[in-house]
Design a protein around this ligand. Structure first.
Ligand code: TMP
Length: 202
């Protein structure tokens, strides 16, 4: 049995990930591949409880980072790896690059702390492909849903999202083979054409 592929979607809040996630889901499933669609923080019963805390309860940046990794440890062991081993593909709305962008970039936590958590919980496990939807914080802010109350992250100011974006782009520069940067200010048609091209290579 060939192991499945692990694909993650990243970007600042409001970059349009959800729309593209639906497109990719349909595209992959139309190839007859078993696909597990999941998200972080979350993806397991315990992870979803941690998500509720993370998105709503005030906490220290270190607490936030460690809870993200606690949820991730559950997610990887309980859902992602078993799916990949049985040959399914996994599409996750965010993964470890988000911790680097939000907790290190946004909150200012030293990257060495994150790296030690990464070695501990992931031991080198990485997505096969990461799609980074890149857009300016100003455009992202205008796009963010007004339909529901903003969560703890969405309430942050533009400067926070500028740092998050820079950290994402820095990560992409370091790992250009895995992380593909997509200009999310383009039209949906252009973005879909680019996604089609990238997915061909998988
Ligand atoms: P979502 O709104 O895209 O589902 O993500 C929930 C929020 O959690 C989003 O604002 C980014 C944040 N987040 C982190 O700060 N660090 C992480 O490691 C992850 C996975 C998400």
């Amino acid at each position: 049995m060939k192991p499945g592929k692990f694909i993650t979607l990243e970007g600042v809040d409001g970059a349009g990930k959800s729309t593209h996630l639906d497109y990719l889901t349909d595209k992959i499933r139309s190839q007859g591949v078993e696909l597990v669609v999941t998200r972080e923080p979350g993806g397991t019963p315990l992870g979803e409880k941690l998500r509720t805390l993370l998105l709503n309860d005030p906490m220290q940046p270190d607490t936030e980072l460690m809870l993200m990794y606690a949820a991730r440890a559950e997610h990887v062991a309980g859902l992602i790896k078993p799916a990949l081993v049985r040959g399914a593909w996994v599409l996750s709305d965010r993964f470890a690059d988000a911790s680097y962008a939000y907790q290190c970039g946004g909150r200012g936590i030293d990257a060495a702390r994150l790296e030690s958590l990464e070695i501990w919980t992931l031991s080198g496990f990485k997505p096969d492909l990461t799609l980074l939807f890149d857009v300016s914080p100003e455009v992202a802010e205008a796009r963010r849903s007004q339909a529901r109350a903003a969560d703890r992250f969405e309430q942050e100011q533009v400067d926070f999202f500028k740092r998050v974006r820079e950290a994402y782009l820095h990560r992409a520069e370091r790992e250009p083979g895995r992380i593909k940067v997509i200009d999310a200010s383009h039209s949906i048609e252009n973005i879909r054409a680019e996604l089609d091209r990238i997915m061909e290579s998988l």
